[in-house]
Design a protein around this ligand. Structure first.
Ligand code: NAP
Length: 485
């Protein structure tokens, strides 16, 4: 079930928010601590859906500052009025008399962290004759979610268990797989009642929350930061389009990515996308990597083959596919001269991939020495970035971050380097048309955008994980929508 907390401060505001939430959630939580002067009776009389009545005191992270006796009187009144649920804190739950129509949620909140003795706390909540036990704790690290999942998996008592904060966000989605009684979601951004809460819309349309069950396959992207990653939107839409029972989540891993992968093995994650800054540091967590990853020293994809973790790199394959498609397919890269601007992570990976395909590569990097070192390592040539116009080339491939939002008026090379017949490929996909691509088109060059690369690498990941043909059009549409916003 999805529950929307109503955090308005007036009678009309509460009633209006209840009506707005009713069609989108299974129940609402009336947070009476946000609305000291509001009368409960008319709200319950006109309720458009089942209701939890809560009046959270300051000591448990709420806003209620008045006398404890008044607070308990309000909650008792909610029981007498037949509220569907009343939520009361563990330390005073024994002071409430039960009523025939009201279920009791006995809760415990910890804003300092997720304690190791969650089971002991849960036992106390159950022993208080709760109909539903609720534990909400502040996650400090993504691994804290595992304590919540273990608790949910090991109990048969109706339980709400949540990790709060950005690090705990995944518990609000994935808890359902392990039997969470309900999750809380806000009506819209800015109306959250606790840190890390998602909106109802994100839960329903991005994560397809109601479809998650014990058998749902889990995938995700590991990175830091990760909140703005487009991958959850792309992959969840792809799973949805293929009717697959799967969910894809953002995992913000700040440190020890190897430990993270090891610990999350427990919940059987079926595949990861890996992004900055973990593409290299994750390698020791793999049981095996393919030759390309061994050569580049970086991966962006992990596939869980019956418990064994295999590392591969769809960044390189995705970029080479975009290039060869533009050239007519086959081994079109063989013998072509490629000017590769940039010697960072993407430049390095592509230098290896292009040399392997038989291209004659010249690396042009701002920091010339770094480009030269990479060139020696992979067996190709190097030049200065401002000498690109003097080089003969069939393909110009930009892997620098120049031209990326918000520096959209910059280009890594001068227009003199752009001649008819040259194929220009820009790794940058935000904006969709960079200054480099605009100038290349004006100069009569053929162009390939970073969008093709981005969608290709995601589509290849999807196919490796699922064995299904990726719904590429849908994936591309999601990226375009997000970038055009
Ligand atoms: P990175 O490791 O940080 O490397 C950045 C590269 O850009 C380095 O070569 C750096 O040169 C160069 N650079 C940065 N600022 C510059 C400037 N003002 N003038 C000239 N050169 C400059 O980053 P990365 O991971 O390789 O990614 C590079 C770009 O590729 C990013 O925009 C990324 O979004 C894009 N990318 C796209 C895809 C896709 O799917 N389309 C996939 C991967 C990457 P120095 O060595 O001199 O610092």
């Amino acid at each position: 079930m999805i529950c929307v907390p109503i955090v308005a401060e007036t009678q009309e505001g509460m009633a209006g928010a209840m009506r707005a939430a009713a069609g989108r959630a299974d129940l609402v939580e009336l947070r009476m601590d946000y609305a000291p002067g509001v009368e409960l009776e008319p709200l319950l009389a006109d309720r458009p859906c089942p209701v939890i009545v809560t009046c959270r005191p300051l000591r448990e992270g709420g806003r209620y500052e008045g006398a404890e006796t008044d607070r308990l009187t309000l909650l008792q009144r909610a029981v007498e009025l037949g509220a569907d649920y009343v939520d009361i804190e563990m330390d005073c739950a024994d002071q409430l008399r039960r009523g025939p129509d009201t279920k009791l949620i006995v809760s415990h909140h910890d804003f300092n962290g997720v304690p190791d003795d969650l089971d002991a706390i849960h036992e106390r909540l159950v022993a208080m004759k709760s109909d539903v036990a609720k534990i909400a704790c502040m996650a400090k690290d993504v691994r804290d979610n595992l304590k919540v999942f273990r608790l949910l998996r090991n109990t048969t008592h109706p339980t709400i268990a949540l990790a709060m904060g950005e690090a705990g966000m995944i518990s609000r989605v994935l808890g359902r797989k392990f039997g969470n009684f309900l999750t809380f979601a806000s009506l819209e951004h800015g109306r959250e009642s606790a840190p890390g809460q998602l909106t109802v819309n994100d839960l329903q349309t991005l994560y397809h929350y109601k479809r998650i069950g014990p058998g749902t396959a889990v995938f995700g992207v590991i990175g830091n930061p990760i909140a703005h990653s487009m991958s959850p939107a792309i992959m969840n839409a792809a799973f949805d389009a293929c009717g697959m029972d799967a969910v894809y989540l953002p995992f913000r891993v700040e440190r020890d990515v190897v430990g993270f992968v090891h610990d999350f093995h427990e919940i059987g994650v079926r595949g990861y996308s890996v992004t900055i800054p973990h593409k290299r540091t994750i390698l020791p967590a793999m049981d095996e990597v393919d030759d390309l990853v061994a050569k580049i020293g970086a991966l962006n994809t992990v596939v869980n083959h019956k418990g064994r973790l295999h590392g591969t790199n769809t960044d390189v394959r995705g970029a080479l596919k975009a290039l060869t498609d533009a050239l007519g397919g086959g081994d079109a890269l063989q013998g072509l001269r490629v000017l590769l601007a940039g010697a960072g992570g993407a430049g390095r990976a592509l230098a290896v991939g292009l040399v392997e395909r038989g291209a004659e590569v010249v690396i042009a990097n701002r920091t010339y020495d770094k480009g030269l070192r990479l060139a020696k390592e992979v067996g190709c040539a190097a030049c200065k970035l401002d000498e690109v116009a003097e080089q003969r080339a069939d393909i110009l491939l930009n892997t620098t971050s120049v031209g990326m939002h918000p520096e959209v008026d910059a280009s890594p090379v001068s227009p003199d380097a752009l001649r008819p017949g040259l194929l220009v490929f820009d790794a940058v996909y935000n904006p969709l048309e960079t200054k480099l691509l605009r100038e290349a088109k004006a100069a009569g060059c053929r162009t390939v955008s970073g969008l093709d690369w981005f969608v290709n690498q995601a589509a290849l990941q999807f196919e490796l994980w699922t064995g299904h043909v990726a719904p590429r059009d849908i994936m591309e549409q999601i990226v375009r929508q997000r970038l055009e916003r």
